[in-house]
Design a protein around this ligand. Structure first.
Ligand code: GDP
Ligand code: MN
Length: 420
């Protein structure tokens, strides 16, 4: 994982320190707040809406766009429009865009998903989840309601915002030549994406992509043979599979080091030695593949349930051909590739570090992770309270281990949850 210090030194500072009177901007960006959701999630969608309207959109009036793989029902539609004064658009995703390509063998899909379920890969057993991740990785951007916007802010049901945002993030990003904004970075579960990096690198090589400087956020650089990664075998289903994999993966050199002859049957290796091999086979198997360029993915990614980004990063030919490459490789069903690592690796390939913005001033919570900055100016309210904002409690901030640390004094009237 990228260290906090590295992020701090590589990424930019906040656009606005403290608060200002919201909504003073003359212009407006061509942007929308976009939510993919199911009809059954209407209550959670409303929670997210209330929170974002209160802290931002009541002053900025950006349109809300709702997407679903089946048509939204009347209940959903009538409910959500009650919670914003902005324009609201509803889109249904074409079945061909939501489903896996019909040329893919159904049985293969089902077996792969079943096998991930057996191996307890998180969400691996849910075909709908695989489809959602695939959609967000690719076809999302070609949906007419998204494509027609220059910018999107991705929101999920049941997320919460804690700080007033008293400036227009889209305009500020534009002004500062930023293309992708995030609030939280975390580490991916290896066994959801064992071959994502190999496919990414294969794409990169085939297309002669000269990576942007953001690439370094996601790679460890060439690895030494010692260090880590025995745990990466955990995604393999059975002992037998592990044995086969070890046999295949270990270099002859490694075997010789352990004084085991090349042709020796793995079954005949003593358990202790095998254990050592597992512990010692530090270099991930993929590194022996010449498509890897001796690099590996450090599993770090932007947590994509929050994104403020330019649409054209992802509608670009380069990104779309990356998505098609990944799609063809079958990883969206063979494994359970999340859209977060997919987006992140693409950002690494196509953007420079200074085109990424860390929204450390946006307090945000989704499921188990929270990011919440301190209020600014050492506890003094920096500006008159924004209309409709609740009274502030000034709290100190901290972060869960895996999200980047918020420095002091950047938030604008944040009401952080307990413990922050
Ligand atoms: P998590 O955040 O990784 O736990 O995944 P979620 O279950 O929150 O799903 C991510 C986003 O995709 C949310 O906005 C969900 O509403 C949406 N989503 C997930 N599965 C489906 C689905 O089958 N249909 C629709 N329409 N939306 C889905
Ligand atoms: Mn979610």
């Amino acid at each position: 994982l990228v260290s906090d210090r590295k992020l701090e030194s590589k990424l930019d500072s906040v656009f606005v320190n403290g608060c200002r009177k919201p909504g003073l901007e003359q212009e407006k960006a061509n942007a929308a707040i976009v939510v993919l959701a199911r009809n059954s999630e209407v209550e959670d969608v409303v929670k997210s809406m209330k929170s974002l309207e209160q802290h931002f959109n009541q002053w900025y009036h950006y349109p809300w766009v709702f997407l679903n793989d089946v048509p939204f029902d009347e209940k959903f539609k009538t409910e959500v429009v009650k919670h914003t004064k902005s324009e609201v658009e509803f889109g249904t995703i074409e079945t061909e865009k939501w489903d896996f390509d019909s040329s893919v063998d159904r049985k293969l899909i089902e077996e792969s998903i079943q096998s991930q379920g057996d191996r307890r890969v998180l969400y691996g057993n849910l075909e709908s989840y695989h489809k959602m991740c695939r959609f967000y990785s690719g076809h999302f951007y070609n949906h007419e309601l998204v494509k027609k916007r220059d910018w999107y802010w991705r929101v999920e049901p049941n997320v919460e915002f804690f700080c007033d945002l008293t400036y227009d993030p889209f305009l500020e990003m534009e002004k500062h030549n930023k293309k992708y904004g995030f609030t939280v970075m975390i580490e991916e579960l290896y066994y959801t994406i064992p071959s994502l990096f190999r496919e990414t690198n294969a794409f990169k090589k085939e297309n002669n992509i000269k990576v942007g400087s953001a690439w370094e956020l996601f790679t460890n650089g060439p690895r030494k043979l010692k260090g880590q990664n025995a745990h990466k075998y955990v995604h393999l289903r059975s002992e037998e599979e592990i044995m086969r994999r070890i046999e295949k993966d270990l270099t002859l050199k490694k075997l010789l080091e352990l004084s085991i002859k090349k042709d020796s049957d793995v079954d005949q290796i003593e358990p202790e030695i095998l254990h050592d091999i597992l512990e010692e086979s530090r270099s991930p198997p993929d590194l022996y593949d010449d498509r890897m360029d001796g690099e590996d993915y450090n599993l770090c990614h932007f947590w994509s349930n929050f994104e403020i980004a330019r649409t054209d990063i992802f509608t670009s030919e380069a990104y779309q051909s990356y998505f098609n490459h990944l799609d063809k490789s079958g990883g969206f069903y063979r494994e359970r590739w999340g859209d977060a690592p997919v987006h992140s690796l693409a950002i690494g390939m196509f953007l420079d570090l200074d085109e990424i913005h860390y929204f450390r001033d946006i307090g945000y919570q989704h499921s188990v992770l929270t990011h919440c900055p301190r209020n600014s100016l050492n506890g003094q309210l920096p500006f008159e309270p924004a209309p409709n904002s609740k009274t502030n409690k000034l709290r100190s901030s901290s972060n869960y281990q895996l999200s980047p640390k918020s420095p002091n004094g950047v938030g604008c009237r944040c009401q952080c949850p307990k413990g922050f």
